[in-house]
Design a protein around this ligand. Structure first.
Ligand code: HEC
Length: 144
């Protein structure tokens, strides 16, 4: 009996450790993701500026669509510590924050369409529009 209890405790500890490993903290997850989104935006912008084949970078726009669809979920209640620059408004003005996220999704979808079409000028315009939605959210929801 004692043996069984011990192994149940050991199993619980192993499960907890596994869950902690599998689930990065949300602040790290969103920062890493946002750095990657910035790299995506720059890469697409460079191809567009050079008049290159924007179809090759369309998957980066696709990644942005997916990322921003899941963006609000990366800001759970209480995830304002741990070096986060997120302003309290992320949680106190949740509707506005979700609207700003939705605007980024819409812009990323337009960027994906433009990139997939191979039209470098249209892609350049879509990159600028996308960048506008990044800045609009940062103004209200990101501190310095
Ligand atoms: C809906 C709001 C929102 C949108 C849209 C948004 N951001 Fe941000 N961004 C934030 C917030 C909030 C933070 C601060 C996150 C933190 O420190 O917890 C942030 C932080 C960042 C950071 C700093 C990451 C770090 O390592 O500290 C980068 C880079 C960044 N954003 C790039 C972008 C780019 C590029 C876009 C558009 C393609 C974008 N963001 C769109 C809200 C947004």
């Amino acid at each position: 009996m004692r043996q069984i209890l011990l192994s149940a405790a050991a199993l619980a500890a192993m499960l907890a450790a596994g869950a902690a490993l599998a689930q990065t903290d949300p602040v790290t997850a969103r920062k890493e993701g946002l750095k990657r989104m910035q790299a995506n935006l720059e890469a697409i912008g460079n191809v567009a500026k050079d008049g290159g084949d924007t179809r090759e970078v369309a998957p980066r726009a696709e990644e942005m669509v997916t990322f921003f669809r899941g963006f609000p979920a990366l800001f759970p209640q209480g995830s304002d510590g741990n070096g986060s620059r997120a302003l309290p408004a992320v949680w106190s003005d949740r509707d506005g924050f979700e609207r700003a996220s939705a605007n980024a999704v819409t812009a990323a979808e337009a960027l994906r369409t433009a990139a997939a079409s191979g039209d470098a000028a249209a892609t350049g315009a879509a990159v600028r529009n996308m960048g506008g939605t990044c800045g609009a959210c940062h103004r209200n929801y990101r501190g310095r």
